[in-house]
Design a protein around this ligand. Structure first.
Ligand code: HEM
Length: 160
């Protein structure tokens, strides 16, 4: 985390609005997922805690508190949840489309810097999920660290 987040610069988590934003985002997002013909069959067996776990996972990656990795799972467990789900590019694209639609509906920050960093993580994470879904074992060690995402090439928050 420290090698990604610079002192005095808000994390992506903070810039987005903190935990309430992520809990709300994934709550509304999974409502849409369950209403979607393509994604509903993929997610119909998810637990009631699924949306909260994903919110905590993404929040932690973006610089938020370590709730997912310390209380709910680990990166290894997250990867293992995707094994043998045989996700397609069509599933991934719809997942992205619905998540970005929800982000707009909830008025997440839409400045170029935030959205570029947020999109970069989502593109990476969803593509990794699709790759992992086509295998039946996790090749990473059980203590593989959580991914960490910062502002990246754009280098900092939007300053008007
Ligand atoms: C950044 C991208 C993603 C992240 C951070 C993520 C995160 C997670 C996490 C944390 C879990 C475990 C939830 C729990 O503990 O209940 C999970 C499970 C799962 N994810 Fe993802 N995921 C991502 C992308 C995707 C995509 C693109 C799909 C499919 C279109 C997908 C399908 C699933 C499925 C099917 C499960 C298991 C659901 C069940 O328990 O029945 N994920 N994901």
């Amino acid at each position: 985390m420290d090698n990604i987040n610079k002192p005095g610069v808000p994390t992506l988590f903070e810039w987005a609005g903190g935990m309430e934003t992520f809990v709300n985002l994934f709550d509304k997002f999974y409502d849409k997922v369950l209403d979607d013909d393509l994604l509903e069959p993929v997610f119909k067996h998810m637990s009631d805690q699924h949306r909260l776990h994903v919110a905590h996972f993404v929040a932690e990656v973006l610089g938020g508190p370590k709730i997912y990795s310390e209380q709910e799972g680990s990166h290894f467990i997250m990867i293992s949840k995707h094994l043998q789900k045989y996700l397609t590019e069509a599933h991934r694209k719809r997942w992205m489309e619905l998540l970005l639609l929800t982000a707009d509906e909830l008025s997440l920050p839409d400045d170029p810097e935030f959205r570029s960093a947020f999109m970069a993580y989502l593109e990476w994470g969803t593509r990794i999920a699709v790759i992992n879904s086509k295998t039946d074992e996790v090749t990473e060690p059980t203590d593989v660290p959580m991914p960490q995402w910062g502002w990246g090439v754009v280098g900092g928050p939007y300053i008007p």
